[in-house]
Design a binder for this molecule. Structure first.
Ligand code: ATP
Ligand code: MG
Length: 411
């Protein structure tokens, strides 16, 4: 049975005798009467009680009484309780609302579970859940298949140095950096498209406000792709769907500029010189440019140099130094990367060799390309980054319940 807790209480309960369960957030004891605020994270409820028992912060109670309207109560509703049962007593009631709110960054991670007693922190993680739900919903409605691929894998996919190695019985193995090879292999079935929500691992040694060593990705792979702009369109439409569900505005069309043009703009307007990839400061500047020039928080940068993209990226037919690839920036930060994939067996082998990988090690992946596979493409979107940008928070750790970075392995 799901028990009634503060977030269930609405006007329709007024006048009814009910039981409500919650965790005590705050107690104001006036001697004859106590005003007890209980929470379930999502909402609070004031309980008015005249019993003599001592109620402490952190206690879990079942309160029985009548729901009344009272404009002085924080939610406009309160329970006048005739009985309170203690289901659990707190041992240490140090953490009041004030001390939870004013914790430093490290403590906010350490006491994450307690922090969720406060509505403003609960809301962040509710927003995270909503974003994930709406993305899933969008791709499911397109008729794509939700997939689950292994996170213990034989080799890294994105770049050699950032992998976590593990011992898998007597074999060397790695934690997956992305579902890339698996989602591509499934394209050989002729399926329309697939999507996956998963945790991925990258041994990023540097400590930045946009990198975690374990992050959550929303990955999509789409079949029957003729031009890479088709993939961008799908990504754009799904981001618009999420923003519209959250009742946020978005540009009619996301602006698109090529890496080459971006390079020039950055040099001329921002005095930033680029090599083969966007730097953090370049992403920030392009976010600023998108806002000023197009009044848009979102911008696509397309056709990155082959040197900065993984082996599976398709090169431009007429200019093979560049690729059919794109990044989506949101408020000046990369949130997604994608491309049309190289699906032609011989060329794929050539590109694997060029990137210094031994194709023998990838036979299990390469095989399917021999038996026929549609032209396909896709992208990976960082959910943590998306939510960080959406809520305009400073650090990616603020949107992750139990973040992992080079210094954090607990809780
Ligand atoms: P960056 O250059 O910013 O380190 P990337 O280009 O290496 O990212 P991709 O391989 O393109 O990352 O991964 C796809 C998406 O996954 C990124 O656009 C980003 O949103 C997210 N992502 C990648 N690495 C991380 C990480 N370490 N922490 C959080 N999110 C990440
Ligand atoms: Mg990228």
């Amino acid at each position: 049975m799901i028990k009634t807790s503060p977030s269930d209480i609405s006007k329709r309960y007024v006048g009814q005798q009910i039981d409500v369960y919650g965790l005590v957030l705050h107690v104001r004891d006036l001697g004859r009467k106590k005003f007890i605020i209980i929470t379930d994270g999502k909402s609070i409820l004031q309980i008015v009680y005249s019993g003599s028992e001592k109620v402490r912060r952190g206690d879990t109670i079942r309160a029985s009484g009548i729901i009344k309207e009272d404009p002085r109560a924080p939610t406009g509703l309160e329970m006048v309780a005739n009985n309170i049962t203690f289901l659990s007593k707190s041992i240490d009631e140090r953490f009041d609302q004030w001390s939870l709110r004013n914790m430093n960054k490290d403590k906010k991670i350490k006491y994450r579970a307690l922090l969720l007693r406060l509505l403003e922190f609960y809301k962040v993680f509710e927003e995270y859940a909503n974003v994930t739900q709406y993305l899933r919903e969008y791709y499911r409605n397109l008729g794509f298949l939700e997939i689950f691929t292994p996170k213990v894998v034989r080799m890294g996919t994105e770049s050699g140095s950032e992998v976590f190695s593990i011992l898998y019985f007597d074999k060397d193995a790695y934690l997956a950096q992305s579902p890339q090879l698996y989602k591509q292999m499934l394209m050989a079935s002729g399926i329309k498209g697939v999507y996956e929500v998963g945790s991925y691992f990258r041994a990023e040694v540097s400590f930045t406000p946009r990198h975690l060593t374990e992050f959550r990705g929303f990955d999509v792979e789409v079949n029957y792709i003729e031009d890479y702009s088709e993939i961008m369109k799908i990504l754009e439409d799904s981001v618009k769907y999420v923003l519209s569900k959250l009742e946020l505005s978005y540009p009619k069309e996301f602006p698109v500029i090529s890496f080459k043009d971006a390079k020039q703009i950055l040099q001329e307007k921002y005095d930033i010189r680029l090599k083969d990839d966007l730097s953090t400061e370049a992403e920030k500047a392009l976010g600023d440019y998108a806002k000023k020039e197009y009044d848009s928080d979102l911008i696509f940068i397309v056709e990155f140099p082959y040197d900065s993209r993984p082996f599976y990226t398709m090169r431009k037919e007429e200019d093979p130094k560049y690729t059919y690839s794109f990044d989506l920036l949101y408020k000046g930060l990369e949130i997604a990367s994608g491309s049309k994939r190289e699906y032609r067996y011989e060329i794929l082998i050539k590109q694997i060799k060029e990137k210094g990988i031994n194709p023998e090690r990838m036979k299990w992946y390469l095989e399917v390309f021999k038996y026929g596979i549609p032209p396909h493409g896709g992208f990976g979107l960082g959910i943590d980054r998306f939510v960080r940008q959406l809520l305009e928070l400073q650090d990616i750790r603020e949107v992750v319940l139990f973040p992992r970075d080079p210094d954090t392995l607990e809780p």
